[in-house]
Design a protein around this ligand. Sequence first.
Ligand SMILES: Cc1cc2nc3c(=O)[nH]c(=O)nc-3n(C[C@H](O)[C@H](O)[C@H](O)COP(=O)(O)OP(=O)(O)OC[C@H]3O[C@@H](n4cnc5c(N)ncnc54)[C@H](O)[C@@H]3O)c2cc1C
Length: 237
Amino acid sequence: MPPQAIIAKLVQRIPLTEDVYELQFRLIKPKKIAFIGGQFVTIKVEDGNPKLFFRSYSIMSPPSQNNIITTCIKLVPTGRATPWLTTVEEGTDMSMMGPLGKFVFHESKEKSSLFVATGTGITPLRCMLEDQLEKGNATNMHLIWGFRFEKDIFYTEELDKLHVKYPNFTYTVTVSRPSEEWKGSHGRVTDWLKENVKTPAQTQVYICGVGDMVTDTATLCEEIGIAREDVHFEKYA
Ligand SMILES: Cc1cc2nc3c(=O)[nH]c(=O)nc-3n(C[C@H](O)[C@H](O)[C@H](O)COP(=O)(O)OP(=O)(O)OC[C@H]3O[C@@H](n4cnc5c(N)ncnc54)[C@H](O)[C@@H]3O)c2cc1C
């Protein structure tokens, strides 16, 4: 599907934590789009600054919902796009381009899939996961999702529902700086991978997040025996 110009209305912005928001767009033109789970759109930032400016955002809603686009963004207070996206009025029409990107799921009947995210890196992974599960992919899929603090965690209710509906999907939230009350997994996603990947030759992995976490995780996956061609990633910055 070649990328195309899109006009979409921001219908709802839902705060998920103190600095993470879900944005829901309804497509105006075209009315529907076809895309592959994991792809992204670039949004034109029309914040009054005459300098043309675009930022990329992964699509979180699955391809089956072809008349909407949802994404999940983290406010970077010193940035240009996110201060605008987190305050612009609901009802605003935005210009976008998409779908773009090659970070997509590779179907395999033999291999289980690991999805590794930190923070808003969940966005394309949730789309891939829901797409595969809706299509009846019955292989084991596990999401390992890292946060610094418990206050940063979101979407656990949605993931719990997904697990109940599709038991082959499981997930672990791991917190690198937990409080004493935290009963879940401690440490970084890489710590979890070192301890828990038991069959690397039968595992493919999809990694998304910001900066070094992505490259560090991709390197570790190869070190623990996952084949290079089974390590897929999208780096946000
Ligand atoms: C293919 C692709 C898909 C992307 N999808 C998403 C998405 O779905 N959700 C999303 O929030 N961002 C996503 N990003 C990042 C996004 O494009 C912007 O970079 C981000 O929103 C910050 O934009 P800004 O102009 O406000 O700040 P900038 O001035 O561009 O960013 C300043 C710094 O903020 C940090 N930063 C950037 N993104 C994040 C983040 N998500 N979490 C924490 N720190 C960050 C980086 O260190 C960056 O250098 C994606 C990037 C790419 C390349």
